[in-house]
Design a protein. Structure first.
Length: 203
């Protein structure tokens, strides 16, 4: 049993080394608060790790290596030459650069996967939303899928609509509501929904 466990561990380790290493630098964004940028960046890292296409470096490991090299402001690196040098210092195969911007009422998350060996952009992602919360919930995971080459399927969301007839609450002192679970994604010309009736007590 012990030998079998060792063989399995060796096989897993060998498989893991075949995956390219990716270092995700902090998300930047002029005029965007640091807490929001940090949350969006963490969501991007978590989803890339979950997808398993890359060996995603731990944030603490990245900070330690950059601090040793006197490059603590890693989020300032957005240019190609800088990304190559940063990736080499981190011994990474790819570097992920991401930035958040706002035009009017629209927020955008742009991300690039840079090949450290060549300095070329291997994959890109551009996702828009109408708020920072949507960037965190949808755009960041979608960007991780784009950079990993995996199709993005949005999770269904629940929407509650009060159903009141003639100004009076229905269902014996409670407001009847309908929860619509949107299952279609990416968006198409038609929307498929599932209706579930529930009762929400009236205060």
């Amino acid at each position: 049993m012990f030998h079998l466990a060792c063989l399995i561990a060796l096989a897993v380790g060998a498989t893991d080394t075949l995956r390219p290493a990716a270092a995700v630098l902090p998300t930047t964004g002029p005029g965007i608060d640091s807490a929001s940028l940090g949350g969006i960046g963490n969501a991007l890292v978590s989803e890339m790790h979950r997808l398993g296409r890359y060996r995603v470096m731990e944030r603490a490991q990245i900070d330690r290596i950059l601090a040793e090299q006197g490059l603590e402001q890693s989020g300032a690196c957005q240019g190609g030459e800088c990304a190559v040098e940063m990736g080499r210092l981190l011994s990474a195969d790819f570097l992920v650069l991401s930035t958040v911007s706002k035009v009017g009422k629209t927020y955008s998350l742009g991300a690039r996967l840079v090949d450290v060996r060549t300095g070329e952009v291997a994959r890109t992602s551009a996702r828009n939303s109408d708020g920072l919360d949507a960037l965190l919930i949808d755009a960041a995971p979608a960007a991780a899928h784009d950079l990993s080459g995996v199709a993005w399927v949005q999770r269904p969301r629940a929407r509650v609509w009060p159903w009141i007839a003639g100004g009076a609450a229905l269902a014996g002192g409670a407001v009847a509501a309908v929860i619509l679970l949107d299952k279609s994604n990416p968006p198409t010309n038609s929307t498929t929904s599932t209706e579930v009736q529930v009762k929400v007590p009236v205060p």
